[in-house]
Design a protein around this ligand. Structure first.
Ligand code: SF4
Ligand code: SF4
Length: 440
């Protein structure tokens, strides 16, 4: 079986957050196979720990994947500050076609567009793909899952950092579908009664509103903060509240645009113009929304740049949504991208970002530890990937074993297989969610 077919069977998807089915990426023919180990979300250390503890598997996988896509070179992006991960990967490299590109400790160097530019000097065209400039990019956890797929092992676990106000911050792997409540126990549970949890990052992650929510293949971390921490209260606001504050308080200073990393890379994204769509212009929102189309939702404008603590990122998300709904979501502007002269000098050091967010005091090592956790119940989502949901191939009351296929790619669709993450009985299938209980 080819590597592409093995990866397809194993249900590998982008573990860095996007969830794009990996077998599609591996079917391409490119010049560079790039590996994203430049983790830059504050407090998250999952990728660093994976590289430190699974370096040999990651390099073995890169060799296979590089050959698979016909790339001349494979390059792993790692931050210079992650000395242990760098040493482990360096020691494991035994192929001159594989090298390391070191990044400074800036946010968001792990963004795909930034990573491709940082390593190759190439600009991905507006709304384009790395493929357009001869690259495929995969996160280190995805690469690790490719290695397992090559051994006919499906994706049943996800790597996760559990940190913030917990007794023992840790990075570990857990079965896909474990609830947030159960995962938190692996770090000794929260140390305060009133807390909020961010999943997969403070900048681009989501606020957890239900402790019974399951983690999935793209989950990278759980960060526990006090319930009244500004980051938590900001994410708790409704769209109407954000728009109302923006409408009344935005003074068009344009700091949000001047510090936007995509703008600094040369893309025509201007969040201060998008803010005008909130109603303080008679021109109507459509004129301003077009300046949102190339936004990657990194959050710098909202969580760092804006002196008024407004929500330009969220205005961009809404602008893109409205344009897509009107069938106008395709970029019509210039395809030429030219790096802004201030690109290097306006980069955002991670420490500065953590100070601004008020989380510098929560940073913990969160070393990788095998917990071998065996949850009694998992809620496995059949739609963890970009594209269509998988279709269930088991029924309620069926017994399943860990690693067994429970959801398959629908005929002719972009999708990804899903497997049982524990051995047990299927007790419910509803709304693309499949519940497996061990003791039944
Ligand atoms: S930084 Fe804030 S106040 Fe200034 S233009 Fe942007 S949203 Fe408005
Ligand atoms: S979230 Fe803000 S800073 Fe980030 S790309 Fe979008 S507009 Fe730019």
């Amino acid at each position: 079986m080819s590597l592409v077919e093995q990866v397809k069977q194993a249900g590998v998807i982008g573990a860095g957050g996007a969830g794009f089915p990996t077998h599609i990426k591996l079917a391409a023919h490119v010049e560079y196979f790039l590996v994203n180990g430049a983790e830059c979300e504050p407090l998250m250390h999952k990728d660093r720990e994976l590289m430190t503890h699974f370096a040999a598997d990651i390099i073995a996988s890169i060799k296979l994947a590089r050959q698979c896509v016909g790339a001349k070179q494979a390059v792993i992006g790692i931050k210079s500050k992650n000395k242990e991960a760098l040493a482990a990967i360096n020691n494991a490299i035994d192929d001159p076609a594989i090298s390391i590109h070191e990044f400074g400790d800036y946010y968001p160097v792990g963004d795909e567009v930034e990573l491709v530019y940082g390593i190759t000097g190439r600009h991905i065209p507006p709304q384009g793909l790395p493929l357009d400039v001869g690259c495929v990019v995969n996160n280190v956890e995805t690469v690790y899952n490719i290695y397992r797929a090559n051994q006919n092992l499906p994706v049943t676990d996800t790597f996760i950092t559990i940190t913030g106000l917990v007794k023992k911050p840790v990075t570990t792997r857990v079965p896909v579908g474990m609830t947030v409540q159960d995962v938190l126990q692996l770090a000794g549970s929260p140390t305060i009664a009133e807390y909020g949890i961010m999943e997969s990052g403070l900048m681009m992650g989501k606020l957890v509103t239900d402790l019974q929510k399951p983690v999935n293949k793209t989950s990278g971390g759980l960060i526990v903060l006090p319930a009244d921490h500004p980051v938590i209260t900001r994410y708790s606001k409704t769209r109407q509240q954000m728009d109302r504050i923006g409408h009344s308080a935005c003074d068009q200073c344009s700091f949000c645009t001047e510090l936007c990393p995509r703008y600094l890379l040369g893309y025509d994204i201007q969040p201060h113009q998008v803010m005008r769509s909130l109603g303080f212009s008679v021109m109507g929102p459509e004129l301003w929304n077009k300046y949102a189309l190339l936004c990657c939702q990194c959050g710098i404008c909202s969580l760092y740049a804006c002196p008024e603590m407004l929500y330009p990122r969220e205005a961009c998300a809404r602008g893109i949504q409205e344009l897509r709904a009107a069938g106008k979501g395709t970029w019509q502007g210039s395809r030429e991208v030219k790096t802004h002269p201030m690109h290097d000098s306006r980069r955002l050091p991670l420490k500065q970002l953590m100070n601004r967010l008020g989380v510098a005091g929560y940073d913990a090592h969160a070393e990788y530890t095998e917990t071998n956790v065996q949850p009694e119940i998992v809620h496995i989502c059949l739609h963890q990937n970009v594209g269509a949901p998988a279709e269930a191939v088991v029924s309620v009351n069926d017994r399943v074993t860990k690693g067994q296929l429970v959801g398959r790619i629908p005929e002719g669709k972009l999708s990804a297989n899903v497997h049982a993450s524990i051995t047990g009985r299927v007790t419910a299938i509803k709304d693309n969610m499949l519940i497996i209980e061990r003791g039944k």
